[in-house]
Design a protein around this ligand. Sequence first.
Ligand code: SAH
Ligand code: SF4
Length: 348
Amino acid sequence: MDFIKKWPELSLAGELPAVEELTAALKASGPELQFLYKFANQTRSEYIGDEVHVRGIIEFSNICQKNCNYCGIRAGNESLERYRMEPAEIIQTALRAKHFGYGTVVLQSGEPAPYTPERMFSLIEEIKKKTDLAITLSIGVYPAETYREFRRAGADRYLLRFETSDREKFTELHPDENFETRLKVLEDIRRADLQTGSGFMIGLPGASIEDIARDIIFTTRLDLDMIGCGPFVAAPNTPLAGQDELLADKEIYFKTIAILRLLNPRVHIPATTAYDSLFKNGRNRILKSGGNVFMPNLTPARYRRSYQLYPNKPCVDEHADQCAGCVKARLASLNRPLATGPGHSLKK
Ligand code: SAH
Ligand code: SF4
């Protein structure tokens, strides 16, 4: 496993390991595996420091017209009560983020967002004016000009995963979209001068270790500002319900992030929520093996049960104050300081 030592420098110079080498690292076990995690943690510390950036997420609507096969809030799921938060409530919630000392507020919803782009622009302007926090959007696919308007209104970042780099699988999973469109849209987002985040779901049904290696390479080639990946968790009332066979080697979910860190030394990598659905202290483990961002839930408690993209989502019975307390306790237990400031891309 000594070969992984050169990955951070090589990748910064634009050179990536072959799929075979990555696959070998994904199969690491015993002391080699411990070395992978330790080296990923060390690389994170060396290239971007020990601070953890905290981005509070507001799931402001579960109304969605799309039917991604994996997602618990897809349009076809009729067992859900649908909601949208009023703009005034979204702004109040964003103010909580400021109160808790978070640097960023993330607005996420089904697609399209339940307000016209014009109303979204004024909402973004208002949040910026009232909080001066960094604003990340995770509201899906729009025309290129709309991304530029989001930026002008005050949005700083945008999250849109490519979900899988396997074109056929992408088409299978997304009745509403194709892979080429998704890539074009990611390019539109970047051109709109929004810091761009993307990534994939780890362990989609049928995915092999080589597929994960290819997804890691694909992510790295995108040269992102943020990489958001998390385990696939089979959701009830979706076409993939019951397909919850985890990858045989459960460490793969963690190895993937460690390797992504080695190949993307200066990129923000969050410990995504789905890690805590599947593993006890999953998000803490990610922060110890490459992750540097934490995204506590800010969504008001009464909506949380209706925003389950996947089951066993943590904190559905908690409210934002409890999540804020939990973040502080987590970071203290990990001996990691809470970052101050917005935590913008380190690549700009
Ligand atoms: N509508 C927006 C934002 C909400 S979905 C969008 O699709 O981008 C945000 C992310 O949740 C998706 O990108 C997907 O990767 C993840 N997600 C959805 N269903 C999931 C599941 N069953 N398991 C794990 N992640 C899931
Ligand atoms: Fe809607 Fe996003 Fe879920 Fe797809 S992943 S169904 S676009 S909320």
